[in-house]
Design a protein around this ligand. Structure first.
Ligand SMILES: *Cc1c(COP(=O)(O)O)cnc(C)c1O
Length: 217
């Protein structure tokens, strides 16, 4: 069952204070992928209005009706995006954390022109350079950010998913360093098991699933 959201918010506040961060500067994204609707409703009932989803299709099936019941809700895409779902994603999500290749950047740029709007975009960096993981390599990140800016895309920051078996803080620090040298302030990093460490290293958006909702069923 879901943990009281307040417990998680208290941990976020403590981590902000400990790191000397401005109170409330870290955005808590409740990652609701594959969670039963009742658990999502329980978190909405506690007043939370910022969620993250992994798949366009799943989000499209879930959030329109929650928005009807609860009003305005921010939902971000934190999972991989197929190019042919870009338009749908731009209609559904306020931010997309997984911009990871030139073809997708060009598609966002074309559709943004056409639609007259674009969600905030985070460039995903494969800090562990893992073959199975999406994201640009740290060495290619500066050039890719420049390419996105040349396309006039609203790049809000960087995102990473560190390797499971490595010291996370090294990856958070690397992501922060790449962001800083590119003049980017957004850092989407930190999950249930490591969000306090991510906050210490500058996370602005933490993506927390199981710690809020319980294990995915
Ligand atoms: C599922 C997921 C999360 C949340 O993971 P938890 O360990 O349940 O907090 C965060 N980020 C991404 C990209 C995910 O896919």
């Amino acid at each position: 069952m879901p943990v009281p959201l307040k417990d998680i918010q208290d941990r976020v506040s403590k981590a902000e204070a400990k790191a000397g961060r401005v109170p409330g500067s870290v955005k808590l994204i409740a990652v609701s992928k594959v969670q039963p609707d009742a658990r999502v409703a329980a978190v909405l009932d506690q007043g939370h209005r910022y969620f993250g989803e992994n798949r366009v299709q799943e989000a499209a099936g879930k959030w329109p009706s929650f928005r009807e019941t609860y009003g305005e809700i921010t939902v971000d895409l934190i999972g991989p995006l197929q190019t042919n779902k870009t338009r749908q994603a731009m209609e559904l999500f306020q931010a997309i954390h997984t911009l990871d290749r030139p073809k997708l950047a060009k598609t966002f740029a074309r559709l943004a022109q056409e639609m007259g709007q674009c969600p905030d975009l985070f460039v995903q960096v494969n800090t562990g350079e893992e073959a199975q993981k999406a994201g640009v390599s740290p060495a290619d990140a500066d050039a890719f950010v420049a390419e996105c800016r040349a396309l006039d895309l609203p790049i809000a920051g960087l995102m990473c998913i560190p390797p499971v078996d490595e010291e996370r803080s090294l990856h958070f620090a690397l992501l922060a360093k790449i962001a800083e040298r590119n003049g980017l302030t957004g850092l989407s990093m930190g999950m249930s098991s490591d969000f306090e460490s991510a906050i210490a290293l500058g996370a602005t958006h933490i993506r927390v699933g199981s710690a809020i909702f319980g294990d995915r069923v």
